[in-house]
Each structure stands twice: as C-alpha cells, then as structure tokens.
Design a protein around this ligand. Structure first.
Ligand code: HMG
Length: 389
C-alpha cells in the first residue's frame, strides 16, 4: 500500500489579539500566572466579520490557489463552533474555494478531537483511491465566560491539510491508540455561546486519556517512546503539553532530563502561545509550528501525536516527516500574518467578545473588519452571506 498523509498544511488566525498582561491588569492578577503558569501570552479574537467559515477558507486558500481545487474529492470540516444545526459549514467553504460539484462535504464534531477523526478518514479514503485528494479543515473560536478561569485560554484559528498519497510533508502511520469515556469535563449546550468547563477535572481527564491511548497505541505499534524525536499534543494552553509530556515520559521511564523533554515539544508551542486555544485546529497548528520553527532538519524523524477532545475521545498516533518537507510549507505567509496582527485594548476585546449574533431574520450587514481574504458580509433573512474580498 502506498504511503498516505499530509501533503500540505496551512493555518489562519484573526488579525486581532489581546495580550494576557492586559487581562491580568484588569483582573488584578499576576501576569506570570498566564505567561508562566499556563504558558500563554496572547489570544486571538475573531473580527466582527469572521467566523469558522471565513477562517477555514482563509486557511485553505494557499492549498488550492494553483488549480488544485478541481482535484479535491472530499472536504471534511471539523469544528465545535457550529453555525447551523443542519447545513455543514464546509458547504460555504466549498463555494468560496471553488471546489468542484462532485466533491463530498461533511462536518464532524467531537470537541477538539474531530480533526483527528477527519485525518484518519481522509487517509482511509486516499488509501482506497490513491489518485484522490482529501481536504481536511479544522476551524474554531474558543469562548469561555468572562471572569472565569477559562477566560485566559480563549483564542481562534483554522488549519487546512491536504491529505494525499505519497505526501510531501508528513506520512501518517496506520497504527493508532484510542481512549473514550463519557465524562463531563467541558461541554457547550445548544443554548450557549460559551463552554461550560470543570477546569481542574478536565486536565486530570486529559492526562488519564493520554496514558490510556498510549497504552492502546503500544498494543498495535512497535514504536516505543524513544523512537520519537518530537511530540505534538492537543494545546488548550501550552503548559498542558508540558505536563502531558512529563506524564508520558514518566510512565515510560524515560531517561531524558527536563531540558531534553522540553526540546521534544518546545517548537510545537510557539504559535499556540500567541494564538490561544483553537480547539480542533490547535494540535495541527502545533504541528505547523514544529515544522516551521524547528532549526533541525526533521526529515525522516518520527513525531507522536496526542489528540484530545473533551467529553471525551482521544487518540495517539504517529507520523514520519517527509524528505524536503520545508519546500511545501507556508512559513513566510504564516510569520507575516502573525507579525502584522493588531493588539486590542480591554474595551475593544469586550466589543469583539460581545458581538451580537443576529437571529431575528432581519437584514444585518456587517462592516468590513477582517484582514483576511474572505468575510461574512451579512446575515439576511436567516441566511449567512459570505464574500471574497
Ligand atoms: P486556574 O484554576 O485559575 O489556574 O485555571 P491555577 O490556579 O491552577 O493556575 C494555573 C497554573 O499557574 C498553576 O500551575 C499555578 O501554580 C500557576 P500548576 O500548578 O498547574 O503547575 N500560577 C503561577 N505561576 C507563576 N506565577 C504566578 C502564578 N499564579 C499561578 N503568579 C485552568 C487553570 C486550566 C483550570 C483554566 O485555565 C481552565 O479552566 N481552562 C479551560 C479548560 C482547559 O483548558 N482544560 C484543559 C484540558 S481539557 C482540553 O484540553 C479540551 C479543551 O480544549 C476543549 C475541547 O476538547 O473542546 C479545553
């Protein structure tokens, strides 16, 4: 069977961010609680005319702008920030990107985990028909109530990955380990815009799921802890990955010291620290961060992935970085986007946070705000109107 995996990967985040020092000042909290304690510095805030659809289209655009749109046979859209109970958000993206009419489109949900389900399904589809390309997009806006412990772990972003045979970035191994359990650590009922969370409990369940998924992975894979040079964890905040990695290393009696362990994850955290949680997208933005920021040539190296979605479903899987992967990244585009972002004041943050969600069926036009290529221009008679700028 030919190899399958990620042929190209690109992400998008909003132009606006709140520095967590600003939040700490308003809350009269020590900023080190955020900068050191949870390992987060900034959080992206979506512009008024941005949502999961516009972020997704922005993330995917570089992957299809040279005629590849015609070749995409399936679009899998992972999110937990759904905008409609029936229509898949990916259908809007399908039009914005000019995908062909013979493309299948579907939305997947299981908290932060569903992008990994999408990746595995994409690999299975490509293994069956190696000439096909499957576009996987994960897009989310992480929102918690104001003045709660979760507030500092908000963020937003989208990541797009083209899954193909003979991938030029990351070959994904077939063996996986799973762990699922019905728990209430984090959830968002239909009538709420913000998540409910039992924060401390959620971190404990995350660590339990990691250990269980790893044990299951070891049942099917011959790879051991020492076969991996790097690990990408789901990133609700970067300190969570550090704790998780220490936990996994301890369970495997690793001889690496604290610095050695940190080197295995440090480059995966760089983007997340300044974007915040992007739920389904966050682990894959972590992968992009590793590939684009690691000074070492990662070709041939094995990366371990731990994907976690509250509720909970989790998965440990692995991949091998392809020879010459650097040529297929969008490093300059991503750095430029991050460098050009604009800091917002606390009041501006509140304004973005409290943006109304029209629901009365009248015509709501939305002023142009985003720096991205696609925007939500209006919601008219209950219909969302997206445009390319
Ligand atoms: P908290 O309870 O306010 O924070 O919120 P804390 O008091 O535990 O402090 C956090 C850390 O900062 C601690 O370190 C403190 O010691 C340290 P630790 O003991 O953990 O090593 N600290 C300081 N360090 C330096 N200088 C200081 C200082 N003060 C304190 N001055 C909590 C933390 C995680 C609970 C909160 O952020 C939260 O509720 N977040 C949302 C839930 C979450 O992210 N859970 C993660 C696991 S679940 C998951 O990943 C899934 C998720 O992405 C959703 C999905 O699947 O869809 C969330």
């Amino acid at each position: 069977m030919s190899s399958v995996g990620i042929d190209q990967i690109s992400f998008y985040t909003s132009n606006y961010f709140l520095d967590l020092r600003t939040l700490a000042k308003v809350q009269e909290t020590d900023p080190d609680k955020y900068y050191q304690g949870i390992g987060q510095e900034k959080m992206s805030m979506a512009a008024h005319d941005e949502d999961i659809v516009t972020m997704a289209a922005n993330a995917a655009y570089p992957l299809v702008e040279n005629g590849e749109a015609e070749q995409v046979s399936t679009l899998l859209f992972a999110t937990e920030t759904g905008i409609d109970q029936s229509k898949a958000a990916g259908i809007y993206v399908h039009r914005l990107l000019g995908l062909n009419n013979n493309c299948r489109v579907v939305e997947l949900k299981q908290a932060c985990y569903s992008a990994t389900a999408a990746i595995q399904m994409a690999c299975a589809l490509v293994a069956r028909q190696p000439e096909k390309k499957v576009l996987v997009i994960a897009s989310d806006i992480a929102r918690y109530d104001l003045n709660t412990p979760g507030e500092a772990t908000q963020g937003c972003g989208a990541v797009a990955m083209m899954v193909t045979a003979q991938p030029r970035v990351l070959e994904i191994d077939p063996e996986v380990g799973n762990y699922a359990e019905d728990v209430m650590d984090f959830w968002r009922p239909n009538y709420r815009k913000t998540a409910l969370v039992d924060g401390k409990y959620s971190t404990k369940i995350y660590l339990k799921a990691l250990k269980k998924a790893w044990e299951d992975f070891r049942e099917s894979s011959s790879l051991t802890f020492n076969d991996f040079t790097h690990f990408c964890y789901h990133l609700p905040f970067s300190r969570m990955a550090q704790k998780a990695h220490q936990h996994l290393a301890k369970a495997n009696k690793s001889e690496l010291d604290a610095n050695g362990l940190e080197q295995q994850i440090a480059d995966t955290l760089s983007y997340n620290r300044i974007i915040g949680n992007s739920y389904t997208a966050s682990m894959y933005i972590g992968l992009t961060s590793l590939l684009e920021n690691c000074q070492q040539d990662l070709a041939g190296k094995r990366v371990g992935f731990f994907s976690y979605g509250s509720g909970c479903v989790s998965e440990f899987f692995s991949g091998k970085v392809a020879e010459g992967y650097q040529q297929f990244l969008f490093t300059d585009l991503h750095r430029d986007m991050l460098d050009k972002r604009q800091e917002v004041s606390y009041d501006e943050y509140l304004n973005l946070y409290k943006a109304p969600d029209p629901r009365d069926g009248e015509v709501h036009t939305i002023a142009a705000d985003t720096q991205g290529r696609f925007r939500l221009a209006a919601i008219s008679h209950h219909k969302r109107e997206y445009v390319a700028i």
